[in-house]
Design a protein around this ligand. Structure first.
Ligand code: FAD
Ligand code: NAD
Length: 467
């Protein structure tokens, strides 16, 4: 029964791997998790989510951006913000988070093994770290995440031409920056650099950005970013980046040339599977390095699971965590639910965006009749106090049964506020619950009541015409 060194070996210590390891340990299993010493916590803690969200907080604080409606356009907490100012906070938070992750793994008796894992056979892994070891596991979870996709023809020098994982290595804040790719990563970093006073040009080959979000909210974001001197080049493809000692010139397929101090690539990510020797486990990745999984995150080899970014969409920290937990439960026969269908999306641009449930476009395509209820932050006492006049919350309400179908938020605390709507939708609640609910005053949460009243007023007007 105990022929293997471990009941479960997890490859990768990002959110998916951590939760798989801890879930199995809680079931009394012998668990090991493998990652490089300096990557404990994964891309999430070391180069992705946590650094980018902490940088954003540092930018918002030091620039005084969110206080300028109250104290004037020239308000700053610090005049000359340096990269060191920004990195101090980021490194502090990363350090603390790594400690939290390590402590959680250790107190659950998970062996944390330093190194890169490669398959030797479907149950055995060779670990190349400070020393070389071989371990075997009854079950294996692959949670190796992704790395930035880099076009072969571009010379990345970690100084003037960087990918989004290298932002923390920048030596100074550039006066101008080209961002290649207007995905979530590109737009989040574009907002931060623009807030720092950097002239940002975003180049995106598609005609639109963030097309999965509410178009009205994306329009508001574009307006704000243009106001911070961001230039958008949609429908344009980067074909070359030239570098010399003073800066870069980015050439687009249309022939346009954009000079800038630095270029950041955020043009998608590639699954981290090339080092795994997958063929020795009987597995194969697709051309973007991703692994296909069936129900319960089982790969084509039935004792090997894959979770997190390495399996593709939605590629978010929160979903990766739950996929990890569910995979481990399934591996050891613990009853589980499916991953919750209702998941929020939070985009930490400046201002931030968040939504949950359906978009107007989806409801229109599927012929679901709905009404909109809107609350503007400038009509809320908390909006005035916080100096946010641009924020808004929009509810999409079924005109058939008054259930809440979607919530879309733009502005201060959007990524927190969305969870109220998520909870109501998750419980099958109607707009009437929000009409009758009493919220703390003055809060942003009150926006739900204002928007709910707006929606019910419109539905009432509609109902007068009922035959
Ligand atoms: C800039 C940026 C910002 C982001 N912001 C957000 C956000 O705001 N909210 C959000 O929800 N998501 C965000 N994400 C996405 C989020 O970081 C990922 O969804 C999440 O980290 C994926 O978790 P994971 O479990 O797949 O592992 P990852 O965090 O990707 O970590 C994978 C780990 O596997 C290790 N590994 C790889 N190969 C091997 C091997 N052969 N042997 C041993 N170890 C290996 C790597 O070293 C790494 O530590 C962001 C991502 C980026 C890049
Ligand atoms: N707040 C969040 O939840 C958050 C934040 C950051 C990242 N993420 C996750 O990270 C993942 C990766 O994000 P991403 O932004 O790197 O990838 P992405 O694939 O979403 O976006 C990349 C963009 O680059 C464009 N592009 C590619 N090559 C180009 C070229 N040569 N010229 C111009 N445009 C080009 C693509 O058309 C695409 O729109 C996302 O799937 C997301 O789930 C989430």
């Amino acid at each position: 029964m105990t022929a293997h060194d471990y009941d479960l070996i997890v490859i990768g210590s990002g959110p998916g791997g951590q939760k798989a390891a801890i879930a199995a340990a809680k079931l009394g299993k012998r668990v090991a998790i493998v990652d490089k010493h300096d990557m404990v916590g994964g891309v999430c803690v070391n180069t992705g989510t946590i650094p980018s969200k902490t940088l954003r907080e540092a930018v918002l604080y030091l620039t005084g951006m969110s206080q300028r409606e109250l104290y004037g356009a020239s308000y700053r907490v610090k005049q000359d913000i340096t990269i060191a100012d920004l990195l101090a906070r980021t490194q502090h938070v990363i350090g603390r988070e790594v400690e939290v992750v390590r402590a959680q793994l250790l107190r659950n008796h998970v062996d944390v093994i330093d190194g890169i894992a490669k398959f030797v056979d479907p149950h055995t892994l060779a670990i190349e770290g400070r020393s070389r070891t071989t371990i075997s596991g009854g079950k294996i979870v692959i949670a190796t995440g992704t790395k930035p996709a880099r076009p072969g023809e571009v010379d990345f020098d970690q100084a003037r031409v960087l990918d989004s994982d290298e932002i923390l290595q920048m030596e100074s804040i550039p006066a101008s920056l080209v961002v290649v790719g207007a995905g979530v990563i590109g737009i989040e970093y574009a907002s931060m650099f623009a807030a720092l006073g950097c002239r940002v040009t975003v180049v995106e080959q598609r005609e639109q950005m963030l097309e999965f979000c509410d178009p009205e909210i994306v329009e508001s974001l574009k307006f704000h970013l243009r106001d911070l001197a961001v230039t958008f080049r949609f429908g344009e493809k980067v074909v070359d980046v030239a570098v010399n000692s003073i800066g870069t010139v980015t050439t687009l397929a249309s022939g346009k040339r954009i000079p800038a101090e630095a270029v950041m690539y955020s043009a998608g990510r590639q699954g981290m599977t090339s080092e795994l020797d997958l063929e020795k486990a009987g597995l194969e990745a697709d051309k973007r390095g991703r692994l296909a999984v069936g129900p319960h995150y089982v790969t084509s080899v039935n004792h090997i699971y894959a979770v997190g970014d390495v399996i593709g969409f939605p590629a978010l920290a929160a979903t990766s965590m739950d996929q990890g937990r569910l995979a481990a439960y399934h591996a050891f026969g613990e009853p589980t639910n499916e991953l919750a269908a209702l998941q929020p999306i939070g985009i930490y641009t400046i201002p931030e965006i968040s939504y949950c449930g359906a978009t107007e476009a989806e409801l229109t395509t599927s012929s679901v009749p709905y009404e909109i209820g809107t609350a503007r932050y400038r009509e809320l006492a908390r909006g005035q106090i916080a100096g946010d006049s641009y924020g808004m919350l929009k509810l999409l309400v079924s005109t058939t049964d008054r259930t809440l179908l979607g919530v879309h938020v733009f502005g201060t605390a959007a990524t927190e506020l969305v969870h109220i709507g998520q909870a109501v939708m998750g419980c099958g609640g109607t707009v009437d619950y929000l009409v009758d609910a009493v919220f703390n005053y003055p809060t942003f949460s009150e926006a739900y009541k204002v928007a709910a009243l707006d929606a019910t007023n419109k539905i009432r007007a509609l109902e007068k015409f009922r035959p």
